[in-house]
Design a protein around this ligand. Sequence first.
Ligand SMILES: NC(=O)c1ccc[n+]([C@@H]2O[C@H](COP(=O)([O-])OP(=O)(O)OC[C@H]3O[C@@H](n4cnc5c(N)ncnc54)[C@H](O)[C@@H]3O)[C@@H](O)[C@H]2O)c1
Length: 258
Amino acid sequence: MTEPIKQSEKVAVITGAGQGIGKAIAFHLAADGYTIVIADIREEVARATAAELEKQGFRAGVVRTDVTDPDSCENMIKGAVDQFGRVDTMVNSAGISKPGPSLDVLPADWQRMLNIQLNGTFYCCQSAGRQMVKQGWGGAIVNITSVTAQAAFPQRASYCTAKAGVDMLTKVLAIEWAQYKIRVNAVGPSHTETEMTKTLVAQGLYDVETVSKRIPMGRMASVDDIANGVSFLCSEKAGFITGQALYVDGGYLAYGYF
Ligand SMILES: NC(=O)c1ccc[n+]([C@@H]2O[C@H](COP(=O)([O-])OP(=O)(O)OC[C@H]3O[C@@H](n4cnc5c(N)ncnc54)[C@H](O)[C@@H]3O)[C@@H](O)[C@H]2O)c1
């Protein structure tokens, strides 16, 4: 099937878009011409982001979504289609962070991390993929991973494991769904200024100056740095790119000296 309408009417569903990286992605994709569906577990925050988008003249909707629940992820895609008729792009940015010594991590905390970061990403990819296959003209999926998919961080066993899993999930879906013209890629941020990192700083779990020194470009990422990578991978410019992880990290992973 050929795509029936123009780029400006494409629809992007973004999880975790109530705040942080997901919210910045919403604004960048809106500027690229997408109608945006904010899918966040916190409905009031999602509604506030959608209202901000609409105030700036963009088209936006909200579907409250808990990515750990496969039915909720199906409902997210159904809600997007009911409101706007189609889904062209799915970005998985919902996430949490809960560092702690591996000797003490509780099974419930381990499972919650994997449920949100890894299982949730799979459920959303699956629901979006089914819709894209049904539509017949393909699509783009971008999963937000992390430099921790490649580099081990202490006290983050579940987080690193989940993100490494998302990197591999991205590759598997890419090769399975290439036949449907669905491209699946990942963007892996290094430390980025968001509520998530502000909380870690407040808990004394890391220090911005020390982190910035470890990054060759000398600073943490902004949410716009990350959203630019997502915007590129969703665009036609990335039309032959699939199964890749683009690390937006100021040189963090390349650095191997002292
Ligand atoms: N901030 C960083 O330094 C950094 C670095 C690398 C990767 N990441 C990843 O980027 C993504 C976004 O992180 P952020 O810093 O913007 O975080 P954030 O805490 O600012 O925002 C995360 C959003 O996800 C939502 N969310 C949480 N659980 C959910 C669920 N079960 N269902 C639906 N939504 C849910 C929250 O309500 C929130 O709006 C995460 O996957 C995170 O792991 C962040």
